[in-house]
Design a protein around this ligand. Sequence first.
Ligand code: 3SL
Length: 229
Amino acid sequence: MPECAIAVDVLRATTTMATALNNGAEAVQVFSDLDKLMADSEKWPADKRIRAGERGGGKVDGFDMGNSPLDCGPEMVAGKRIFISTTNGTRALQRIETSPTVLTAALINRKAVVDFLLSKKPETIGIVGSGWEGSFSLEDTVCAGAIAHSLLAQSGISPQEFAGNDEVFGAIALYQQWQDKLHELMQNASHGQRLLRLGVIEDLKYCAQTDILDVLPMQREPGVLVKSN
Ligand code: 3SL
């Protein structure tokens, strides 16, 4: 495990988490299993919880919401705990939950994550793209590249010292290719196309924005993320 592990699921889990915490959610608690989510959230006061469930891009029956960041306005989430399970993002988070520091990143809060890394200077950083059911995803890799690109530019460390593997250089190159057309990227990416087929058009535009929220989601206890800045 790296000293600091960062889960990325631009479309859409980590964008949704950043938005919910920015809009006053008390915490985001992640689950890979829907039944466990239901059982654990049952112990929480009903007026202080939101159950968010997504599978295959759609909302799970019986849940309060799916996984759209646009459903996370302050009127919906302020003061509430979001109990969430998604196809890939929440599973990626569970894979890294034993790291000493666990963060989530998306394009919308890239700067907050980079600022934290520059100030805390963890010895090792691992960025985990959630992908789709085990396979590569363009938008998550580009977000990892956006973080690495900004860190490299500001840290003063040489590229050779900075990068622990070739994937870092690949991610930075992809970010440089797409940085001025991130909405177009979302429309080309396979998961973006899946969401478009489901009619989720506005989410793609929202998720394609960079550095619009100053929010740093950090794990406080295994599986529970809070706004830490
Ligand atoms: O896979 C996930 O974790 C989700 O972010 C997928 S979706 O964008 O909600 O379809």
